[in-house]
Design a protein around this ligand. Structure first.
Ligand code: ADP
Ligand code: MG
Length: 913
């Protein structure tokens, strides 16, 4: 292939100079993608690919019109691509192109998504005493949020947990993490974030510190205590440098450095966020999540904040009580609450508008929106001060935190400047009110007078010439013209100069019209330029007040979030929990916040405390064990988000982390887990949980063979009770574990109560699960009932029940012949100890497959075997091979992972037929 030259060559060499994934290069009225990029883009966005030939070679090409670039780039970025944009500008000899910005998932300003969009950097250093120190910085360029933290003596798991709480769109791993494949793999597995290897030099302590000081000022850096050479500073410097490099231009909106301590919030790892369905369900829908259920916010910023509260619950009791007091006040003052929410519903997204102003992308409508929203501050403040219940609550302080006077001043300035309904473009005038600026007024005056002259020209001409079909108009090619109907073209005055003939009319100009046209065009251009200039200055002034916008935005968002919590509390009869230090978790008549929305929920109680730290939860399948435990976790989480909780009353000792693991079986059913993952997660919990944590283990150990499972569950329980001492709820179907409840002092058994006895053959035996939880272990397995619930055919369910009853009562079971045969019944004795059939006249398991109806086949061992052979003889060799392997395999001796692999292998073999 020949070296590409011309436009493709230019594209390829620009591409070479960027590490973006894709390049969009402006070529006149289009942005074009070439070569491989064209194919990727065409594929992702359903664009047409054409061929561009360049000096003998041909290259794929795909393009989008200049005005449509933004949505296309957004779509690409949302799919995880980093897109470089090369703009074209005029030069003395033609035009030149250069990359002006790179749009990436973490710096994407035009996101259509209302939720937060974090760019994060993570750095690791070896700590003094063996453990590692991690620094993490995260910013949301759409709102100017910037947060940093340092984790001392931490492991990779803790650092990842910290990162997950931001749900970053893009992550910049520090130089020392780039070769740590395990770390990177875990990142890839658990987040959708794009991983970007940003310039290592920007992570260097000296350079990073300088960047951070430039941005926030030295004092701010010192006062938040992230340390001169700290790892957090390195992460922060890298983030700032990356934002700068992408050219997105929002650094000015990033005004405040927030450092948060490790001990201030509750650890929630990615698995727990998913298990508890905080922002999306296990199926990946946002509808049906906890956030979706409790979200009644009326603004985008309020929604973001509420979501953040759920994803980053706090430990600071003063802050939690402050939020609770706001919720309490708002839930009692119904009228004022509705007034506040009604007012807030007119608010625009101030934090994002601030970022748009500072990046220079805000238009006049955006500034108008800033004005509308700033002016709401006064209105909600009035609603609060005029209502006694609210005025004496912490809401009043929260509102006092925003500078109402400054907000009013800026709002007034914007109002005096911009017309009420400005156009969507800022280069064509029509933005400013009269009286805002004298020079502008003069131009506008002249321009409008000239327009007025043109508008009234037809009437004057009609009168002067007596022509009736006469109009004045303007188009691109002819400029202004006088148009006269065909029937009257003979009578036009002689100064009319003909320019064009149409089917029914002719067009003319006059010297006077030509002159006015020049005037209008000149005035128009001057007016557009002057308005644009004034507009830029105005936007600049708004950008300078970015901090004010952010403050007011946050105040309104917080008001929206607490009002939303109040609405939910009132509508669902939630209660204010007592948030305390220590180990207690008592819930009286508690409910699951999401399940209660769709089900007649049976409330239940929970008590945990110093003497009851570990509860073993047993009960039939489908009786509500998982729900009960998640409910405990969610009530704790809601309490530490500052919310009320679904219960009659509750006391919640604050926790430092919530850890959950749902047994592989539930997850396997959804095809998302393996026993290996289950064990990794259990291991992570055993490493990370502390005595102040809440641990939820749901059927852990179930993804493996019975004996393995029991052993693991048993050992994990002992370890948690003896070594970790965290508050723990453990649901298990291994009744053996309940023995622990009797032996270990802080371990207690609870079970989900069942109303009535399980069905037995003969009675109609319907079981109603009560779903109330009582002390003591349950004593039975209800698998048959669940089979029934699941719609297993009636005869099978009935027969299963008979088998189960016989096994329990007589430890024996008869083997029946095939249908229509009443003679084929053989007795076999089941040994409960070994779980095997033994002795009797049906001595082997082989006898049970002899179901051809011939009693002889099941009467003696040798004959039974020959029957098996006979049946096998009719099978194809593959199936036979699988069967024999299956028979020989010892389930209790085979590692679970191997078992799964085996099953897969068999399935594949059987499939091949
Ligand atoms: P288990 O873990 O014991 O198998 P689950 O917790 O999965 O049972 O609950 C089974 C079903 O019962 C779910 O559909 C759940 O919504 C419902 N459920 C659980 N607890 C209650 C309750 N207290 N009141 C009403 N329905 C409940
Ligand atoms: Mg369950």
């Amino acid at each position: 292939m020949t070296e590409a030259t011309g436009i493709v060559g230019e594209f390829l060499s620009l591409k070479e100079g960027t590490d973006a994934d894709l390049l969009a290069m402006q070529c006149g009225d289009f942005y074009e993608f070439f070569a491989e990029d064209a194919e990727i883009v065409a594929d992702e966005l359903d664009l047409k690919v054409s061929q561009k030939s360049s000096h003998g070679s041909s290259y794929p090409m795909a393009g989008v019109p200049v005005d449509d670039l933004t949505p296309y780039v957004s779509a690409l970025v949302e799919r995880g691509y980093r897109v470089a944009i090369a703009d074209q500008h005029e030069t003395e000899d033609g035009h030149a192109r250069e990359i002006t910005r790179v749009v990436t998932p973490g710096t994407h300003l035009e996101t259509g998504d209302e939720s937060a969009q974090y760019l994060a950097a993570v750095v690791r250093e070896a700590g003094r005493d063996g453990g590692d120190t991690y620094g993490i910085a995260a910013t949301d360029v759409t709102t100017g949020q910037f947060q940093v933290t340092q984790l001392d003596d931490a492991d990779a798991g803790e650092a990842l947990t910290e990162l997950y709480t931001f749900a970053p769109a893009e992550i910049l791993p520090g130089p020392e993490l780039r070769n740590d494949d395990e770390f990177l793999n875990r990142l890839r597995e658990r987040t959708d974030a794009a991983l970007t290897l940003h310039d290592s030099a920007s992570f260097e302590p000296g350079r990073a510190s300088h960047t951070v000081r430039e941005q926030f000022g030295g004092e701010a850096v010192d006062s938040v205590g992230v340390g001169e050479q700290g790892v957090a500073l390195r992460a922060a410097g890298a983030v700032l440098s990356y934002v700068e490099d992408t050219g997105v231009g929002t650094l000015a909106a990033v005004t405040r450095l927030q450092a948060y301590g490790e001990r201030d919030h509750v650890d929630l790892d990615a698995t727990t966020q998913r298990n508890l369905e905080l922002t999306e369900t296990m199926q990946g829908d946002s509808s049906g999540s906890l956030f979706d259920t409790i979200d009644h916010t009326v603004t985008a910023a309020g929604g973001r904040l509420l979501q953040r509260w759920l994803q980053r619950p706090r430990r600071n009791r003063a802050e939690l009580e402050r939020r609770q007091s706001c919720v309490a006040a708002l839930s009692e003052a119904a009228m004022a609450r509705e007034r506040v929410r009604e007012t807030l519903s007119d608010a625009y997204d101030l934090e994002r508008l601030a970022a748009r102003a500072t990046s220079g992308s805000a238009d006049a409508r955006d500034l108008r929106a800033v004005r509308e929203t700033l002016s709401l501050l006064g209105r909600v403040a009035d609603a609060v001060t005029e209502t006694e219940r609210l005025a004496e609550s912490p809401l009043a302080d929260a509102l006092a935190g925003a500078d109402r006077e400054a907000a009013d001043t800026l709002a007034a300035e914007l109002d005096s400047a911009l017309v009420a309904d400005p156009p969507g473009t800022v280069r064509q005038g029509g933005l400013f009110k009269r009286g805002y600026d004298d020079d502008l007024d003069e131009i506008i005056g002249e321009h409008e007078a000239a327009l007025e002259w043109l508008e009234t020209l037809p009437d004057r001409e009609k009168e002067r010439t007596g022509i009736t079909h006469l109009s004045v108009d303007r188009n691109k090619t002819d400029g202004y013209y006088i148009q006269v109907g065909k029937s009257e073209t003979d009578t036009v005055p002689e100064e009319y100069r003909h320019v064009k003939t149409l089917k029914n009319s002719k067009r003319y100009t006059t010297p006077e019209l030509d002159e006015k046209e020049r005037d209008v065009l000149r005035l128009e251009e001057r007016r557009h330029d002057m308005e644009y200039e004034r507009f830029q200055a105005l936007r600049e002034r708004v950008a300078e007040r970015a901090t004010l916008l952010q403050d007011v935005g946050r105040t309104l968002a917080e008001l929206d979030a607490v009002a939303s919590l109040a609405v939910h509390a009132v509508e669902n009869d939630w209660t204010r929990p007592a948030v305390v230090e220590g180990n207690e978790l008592s819930i009286e008549a508690g409910r699951h916040p999401v399940v209660e929305q769709t089900t007649e929920f049976v409330p239940n109680d929970l008590y945990m405390g110093d003497d009851r730290q570990f509860l073993i939860v047993t009960g039939p399948n489908m009786s509500g064990k998982s729900t009960y435990m998640r409910q405990a976790a969610l009530i704790t989480l809601l309490a530490q988000a500052g919310s009320f909780v679904p219960a009659r009353s509750a006391t919640v000792g604050t926790v430092d982390g919530i850890f959950t693991r749902v047994g592989a079986l539930d997850e396997l059913a959804q095809g998302r887990s393996t026993f290996m993952v289950e064990m990794q997660e259990l291991s992570n919990i055993l490493h990370s949980a502390t005595e102040e944590s809440l641990v939820i283990l749901d059927e852990v150990g179930r993804g493996t063979a019975t004996f393995d499972g029991i052993s693991i569950a048993w050992a994990a329980t002992e370890y948690i009770v003896n070594a970790i001492q965290s508050k723990t709820l453990f649901a298990t179907h291994y009744h053996e574990l309940t023995a622990l409840g009797e032996e270990l002092p802080t371990v207690e058994n609870v079970h989900v109560a069942v109303d009535g006895e399980p069905r037995s053959a003969g009675s109609d035996g319907d079981v109603t699960f009560l779903r109330t939880v009582r002390d003591g272990p349950t004593d039975r397995s209800y698998g048959v009932h669940v089979a029934d619930l699941a719609g297993v055919p009636e005869p099978v369910v009935d027969r299963s029940q008979e088998v189960l009853d016989r096994l329990r009562d007589d430890k024996a079971i008869e083997i029946r012949g095939s249908e229509g045969d009443d003679g084929g019944t053989t007795q076999a004795v089941f040994d409960l100890e070994s779980g095997q059939f033994r002795g009797g006249n049906a001595g082997s398991a082989g006898a049970q497959v002899a179901t051809d109806g011939n009693p002889e086949h099941a009467t003696g061992e040798s004959e039974a075997e020959s029957a098996t052979d006979e049946a096998a003889a009719s099978l194809d060799p593959e199936t036979e091979a699988v069967l024999s392997e299956l028979t020989e395999l010892d389930v209790n001796e085979t590692p679970p992972v191997e078992l799964m692999a085996k099953v897969q292998e068999w399935q594949a073999e059987l499939d091949e037929e």
